[in-house]
Design a protein around this ligand. Structure first.
Ligand SMILES: [Zn+2]
Length: 186
């Protein structure tokens, strides 16, 4: 009787141990998923006007300009620290921009060489392909022809875009803004 009792206690102990082990595994998996989800690599940048997907956040790539009035680490973009730079145009309007390797924006050639914020690069206006909102500028080497094809622009490692920070929205933030209509609540 005592022997079988010990066996039962042993089984019980083992079951409990297995249960605790499973809990730890689930907890670790949850933590891992959470960490990956907030690392900033998987989020999208959207057009603030219409929600069009402009670029993955991971395409942000800092291009230094000595003509920037100031530079700061952007906190809007989650945990990934992406420096944004402040520029002023000849009319005196200031824009805080984020540089990206590429983005789904419409470029309006021919490119302009004057009043560039990135010496050695000429610029075109960049707009949202869906709602046509002005999102920023696209930059290409100034010794290029003033008009190139989208394919040439996309294929080059020497091109980049500078987008106005407050005209973009993170997908993560956008989804948190969604509110369940009252009619769906009991
Ligand atoms: Zn748009």
């Amino acid at each position: 009787m005592a022997h079988s009792c010990c066996v039962l206690m042993g089984v019980s102990w083992w079951s409990q141990f297995k249960f605790i082990l499973q809990c730890v595994v689930v907890l670790l998996q949850t933590e891992y998923t959470h960490a990956c989800g907030t690392s900033g690599t998987g989020d999208l940048l959207l057009c603030r006007s219409c929600g069009h997907e402009i670029a993955p956040e991971s395409d942000a790539s800092f291009v230094y300009s000595r003509l920037a009035l100031s530079q700061r680490n952007n906190t809007v973009f989650g945990k990934k620290r992406v420096p944004v730079q402040l520029f002023e145009n000849p009319q005196g309007y200031q824009f805080e921009v984020l540089t990206l390797k590429k983005a789904d924006v419409r470029k309006h050639w021919p490119a302009e060489k004057h009043f560039t914020w990135f010496p050695g690069h000429s610029w075109t206006i960049a707009t949202c392909p869906r709602c046509r909102a002005h999102l920023g500028w696209a930059f290409q080497p100034s010794d290029w022809p003033s008009t190139v094809t989208s394919q040439q622009f996309e294929d080059s490692q020497q091109t980049f875009v500078a987008l106005i920070i407050h005209r973009l929205l993170r997908e993560h933030v956008a989804s948190s803004l969604l509110v369940t209509p009252r009619s769906f609540k009991s």
